[in-house]
Design a protein around this ligand. Structure first.
Ligand code: ADP
Ligand code: MG
Length: 579
């Protein structure tokens, strides 16, 4: 939209009308032209009016209380939609707050664009001390996939186009776009402005694997006695759900989902090896990785977890550099997952032999033992609740509401929920991802609710919740269908630590018996305080049925958690003996 301005035509000496646009409008027009319909952010100098105008022009603008949470919402929007999620922040401190989310998005391969206002180049570059002075472009560069700055209004179209393409093409990731304050007010002839906009054609082009690579991979797979498919969040992101399901069901190969790939095929699928994880990782002889990296979450593809038997890896990934990152990849399949798995499907049309029944039987036997062990722990009706008895109730909730989105963070709350709560549909489990980072909770919950319109259940450790807890106000303000469960065990890992000197509370404990439910009530949402699995289930059902912002303070035994959940082994040990 442009403004009409009176401009004196000097040559003619008469007044003529010229239509003008400016930086503000060009940014908004460029985003709209590329189907970006939502902005997550925190208003302030110099982007307050940009948010206002974007809202007036029909873009949905969701204002948060802290940029990190806005950034996390944008990042998860990117994961859920394959379009870059946009986060808008003010300069220096707001930019830095958003940067954590941008770096996290990049690490997780989520497409996101962080747009930050910045101060005047002339002053920043001479380091003369501008308001919120910071060389933001230089700082963002090493922390994201690409970073751009636009200095002239006529370059906004190109700047936005480059940011979008960089975020979603190849391996997706975070992009930084720097918009100096002065740019936004720059005027430009409206027709010239409109012409300068760029519609990004085929932003994430298909990348087909070579026929040789497909043949090599199928030859390795056909030679397997104990094959395994590992699905990662790249497979969930690809939205090639049917193609992947086809391949798995036609081959009959057992599959193991990484955390955010759970539900791509239901966890209750007969071929799921989720309940026999240690066995399949140890005993498989050929492993096909689909959008999963052999990073710390898979013990780097070696060591005790993977056993002594020799293994061959086949890896499907859009990023060629991912191959051989940790161990030799016998058959690299570089391309987008949809195209690669379609090629594999095509390749097995001419014949495929199901994996040996000894392998399938061994997995099923192990699954049966583990599932029955687990179900006994889930049924315990202890007071106070432990993690398992509380999770038993939540497992049932998701079973009854398979299209709800589960957000999950914490230590024990995360590790145990991942194993206990079965997922039934793709892209329904959103969690701490590749870094295992705390603080994604409320940002992901808001982003998921806004993008999908589906009910969200956020299962949060009391510590994890603290990083983004103020966003309960945001959830209430936008009246989002988010139900939050806080597993309140009075602290980090456990609520039982003490200060040996007796002076202060222990370093890992919080105010005991806190009432997080009151936080939600403060902003007009609904709060519950529960102490049994039955009460918990009832409260969650009520929250999710009502669609109203709801927070449930679930009292968990302060002694129930273990140090750092499942990853306690990552803590360094002091060599000095305790006195
Ligand atoms: P997980 O943590 O679930 O194992 P990772 O984040 O480690 O998953 O791995 C995801 C992988 O998926 C990354 O290496 C990324 O390059 C890849 N990827 C993301 N999107 C696609 C896609 N559309 N096609 C192919 N590979 C993809
Ligand atoms: Mg805790």
């Amino acid at each position: 939209m442009s403004a009409v301005a009176q401009v004196i035509d000097v040559n003619a000496g008469a007044e003529v009308e010229q239509e003008l646009t400016d930086g503000f409008h060009l940014v908004i027009d460029a985003l709209k032209l590329n189907d970006i319909d939502t902005i997550y952010g925190v208003p302030g100098i110099p982007i307050t009016d940009l948010g206002r105008m974007a809202q007036a022009e029909g873009i949905r603008v969701i204002s948060f209380r802290h940029e990190q949470n806005a950034g996390n919402a944008a990042a998860i929007a990117g994961f859920l939609t394959k379009k870059p999620g946009v986060c808008l922040t003010v300069s220096a401190p707001g930019f830095l707050n958003g940067l954590t989310a941008l770096a996290n998005a990049t690490t997780n391969c989520f497409p996101m664009i962080l747009i930050s206002g910045s101060s005047e180049r002339e002053i920043v570059d001479l380091q003369q001390g501008d308001y919120e002075e910071m060389d933001q472009l230089a700082i963002a560069k090493p922390l994201c996939k690409a970073a751009f700055r636009v200095l002239h209004a006529e370059d906004i179209g190109i700047g936005v186009a480059r940011a979008i393409r960089a975020a979603v093409s190849g391996r997706p990731g975070g992009v930084y776009l720097d918009l100096p304050a002065k740019l936004l007010g720059q005027a430009l002839d409206a027709a010239k402005g409109e012409k300068s906009l760029v519609k990004v054609i085929d932003a994430a082009p298909a990348q087909l694997p070579s026929p040789e690579a497909v043949k090599r991979a199928l030859d390795v797979l056909k030679g397997a006695k104990r094959p395994l498919i590992i699905l990662g969040k790249g497979a969930a992101y690809a939205q090639a759900d049917e193609t992947i399901r086809d391949f798995i069901e036609t081959t009959g190969i057992p599959f193991l989902p990484m955390s955010m790939a759970k539900g791509l095929l239901p966890d209750t699928h007969p071929q799921s090896a989720g309940a026999a994880r240690s066995t399949v990782l140890k005993d498989a002889d050929v492993v096909l990785l689909v959008g999963a990296r052999l990073n710390w979450l898979l013990s780097h593809g070696k060591g005790k977890t993977w056993g002594d038997a020799p293994k061959k890896f086949i890896q499907v990934d859009i990023e060629p550099k991912e191959m051989d990152s940790n161990v030799e990849i016998a058959a690299p399949l570089v391309g987008d997952i949809g195209s690669v798995v379609a090629a594999l499907n095509n390749g097995i049309k001419s014949g495929w032999q199901a994996p040996p029944s000894e392998w399938i039987d061994a997995i099923n036997a192990r699954k049966e033992v583990n599932i029955s062990k687990m179900s006994q722990r889930l049924l315990k009706n202890s007071t106070p609740m432990d993690f398992h008895s509380a999770l038993g109730a939540l497992k049932q909730v998701i079973k009854e509401r398979p299209d709800a989105i589960l957000v999950n963070e914490g230590a024990n709350t995360l590790d145990l929920a991942r194993g206990v709560i079965d997922m039934y549909q793709p892209r329904k489990r959103l969690d701490v991802g590749t870094w295992g980072v705390m603080g994604i909770g409320m940002g992901f919950a808001v982003g998921a609710a806004v993008e999908t319109g589906k009910p969200v259940l956020a299962v949060e450790g009391d510590s994890a919740f603290g990083f983004s807890g103020m966003e309960v106000e945001t959830i209430c303000r936008y009246n989002l269908p988010v139900t939050i469960v806080i597993f309140n065990n009075n602290g980090i890992y456990r609520g039982t630590d003490t200060d040996p000197t007796g002076r202060d509370p222990g370093t890992t404990v919080f105010v005991p018996d806190s009432r997080y439910d009151k936080m939600m009530e403060a902003f007009g949402g609904v709060g519950y305080h529960v102490t049994t699995p039955d009460e918990l289930k009832k409260a969650v059902d009520a929250g999710m049925d009502s669609g109203k912002p709801t927070l449930i303070n679930a009292v968990i035994d302060p002694a129930a958690g273990s140090e750092s959940g499942n990853i306690g082994s990552l803590n360094p040990q002091s060599v000095v003996k305790k006195k």
